[in-house]
Design a protein around this ligand. Structure first.
Ligand code: SF4
Ligand code: SF4
Length: 444
């Protein structure tokens, strides 16, 4: 077992952790709502096409859509009931997405396809990947990249190190923390599946030091397994970003524009690892997930298992509702999360948390001119020059922005967090990346 010493990366920041609202709260199962709105696109990649029509009756776990292509995963019914509408509906990523609306019949009837398989470890790696795809599993840390694709590295890029990401460095969020404390054995069972798929011998579970109970639990369940080590990481944001995690653990640097597989690594979130186990051992597709509902703006912060498709407003009502001075609703954490303009959007596979902030916690100061302090440069974990990138993006100088590495930005928001002039650096950089991607798509 590796030592309990601090590992970390260059740059980063120390935003207030703010985990106190929920870190000690056991995961609770939220009852299914009366209606769910299930978007057909909840992952990065090709969209899916509906397999049901209005009027159809469905059971929990029934497949609702057909993936189109390899980089695509289906969605499943999270309640039993009747399909009452298929239409474009608001989505937490800020656009309208074709969605299937199911009226819950209250019976909680399960699909015949949801059945355990005691012999799942006898499946071939190819069969395992196929089951993971058809269970609709996509990265649950927020990235939502289809998991079976990540588990299919080309032969010329073998993986020698599997990293299970339990860092959960985003302030406020505790879904992964509680999952490690309460479902540690299922995470290990998920690791065994991934080890078999990749043929990998070395696995490291990486957890920030501010979760000593999770570290203890994961060490306890892996103590007799020499293929798995548990490492305690320094508490620093963005410790859980893939490239930073790989650097901290292996001292390998993922090249510009490259992927973890380029340096023999694969990073998998703890929630996703557990979902892999549930898919293969229980035949359970991804129709619910652990989500943290937290912040000073919610009356009863909780860690919840929520059915995919549950509207934010129903989750918030289940947690006692808004506090009077609530001023901002974010899907995810304060650093990388997405501010919402409505609570009439559904929980999706990438909803790691709902954060509700009050006026006191929401910065409204107007940006001032850059004072050249260099703090954004010193803290950027990707060794970028955020102030210059933001300027290039603001003035639409995209060629120069690319030369200066704008596409390497991992959108961690550290530069914005540390800027004393309150400049909206990440906002400008995100916009620049979006425009560059758009131009490339148009050109191809
Ligand atoms: S430029 Fe990008 S990677 Fe660097 S600190 Fe800012 S958001 Fe993070
Ligand atoms: S941190 Fe803000 S003020 Fe300082 S150099 Fe960067 S953009 Fe300018």
């Amino acid at each position: 077992m590796l030592g309990f010493k601090e590992r970390t990366f260059h740059g980063g920041a120390h935003p207030p952790e703010a985990k106190k609202y929920t870190e000690k709260k056991p995961i609770e199962k939220m009852p299914a709502p009366e209606q769910v709105v299930i978007p057909l696109q909840q992952h990065i990649g090709a969209p899916t096409e509906p397999l049901v029509k209005v009027g159809d009756r469905v059971k929990i776990g029934d497949r609702l859509s057909e993936p189109k292509g390899f980089v695509s995963v289906p969605v499943h019914a999270s309640v039993s009931g009747k399909v009452v509408k298929i239409a474009e509906m608001p989505h937490p990523l800020g656009k309208k997405v074709l969605s299937i609306i199911i009226q819950n019949d209250g019976e909680d009837a399960f699909s015949e396809a949801v059945r355990p398989d005691e012999n799942y470890m006898d499946l071939s790696p190819e069969e395992m990947r196929k089951r993971i795809q058809m269970a609709g599993i996509a990265g649950m840390g927020g990235a939502t990249f289809p998991t079976h694709v990540k588990l299919s590295p080309p032969a010329e890029k073998p993986i020698d190190t599997l990293i299970i990401n339990g860092a959960e460095c985003e302030p406020y969020l505790t879904a992964d923390h509680r999952t490690m404390v309460e479902f540690s054995e299922e995470i290990v069972a998920g690791i065994k599946i991934i080890q078999k798929i990749l043929g990998v011998k070395r696995t490291i579970i990486a957890i920030e030091k501010n979760k000593p109970d999770a570290i203890k639990k994961m060490r306890g369940v892996t103590r007799n397994d020499s293929s798995i080590d548990v490492i305690a990481l320094k508490v620093k944001y963005p410790q859980g970003a893939e490239k930073q995690l790989i650097k901290a653990i292996t001292n390998r640097e993922v090249p510009t524009g490259g992927l973890p597989m380029d340096v023999g690594c694969l990073v998998q979130n703890v929630g996703t690892t557990r979902a892999i186990y549930e898919a293969l051992a229980r035949g359970k597709p991804l129709y619910e997930r652990v989500t943290t509902v937290t912040g000073p703006g919610i009356k009863e912060p909780k860690n919840l298992i929520v059915r995919i498709g549950t509207l934010f407003k129903d989750v918030i009502a289940y947690c006692g509702g808004y506090r009077e001075d609530v001023s901002k609703l974010i899907m995810g954490g304060p650093m990388m999360g997405l501010a919402q303009h409505t609570d009439d959007v559904p929980v999706i596979k990438g909803t790691s948390g709902l954060l509700l902030l009050t006026e006191k916690y929401v910065r409204v100061a107007d940006p001032m001119p850059c004072i050249g302090c260099n703090r954004c440069v010193d803290t950027c974990p990707m060794h970028l020059v955020p102030t210059t990138l933001a300027e290039f993006a603001d003035f639409k100088r995209y060629v120069e922005a690319e030369k200066w590495g704008i596409m390497d930005c991992i959108e961690c928001g550290t530069c914005t967090f540390v800027c004393p002039a309150k400049r909206h650096l990440l906002q400008s950089i995100r916009f620049g990346k979006y425009e560059i991607n758009l131009q490339k798509r148009k050109a191809s």
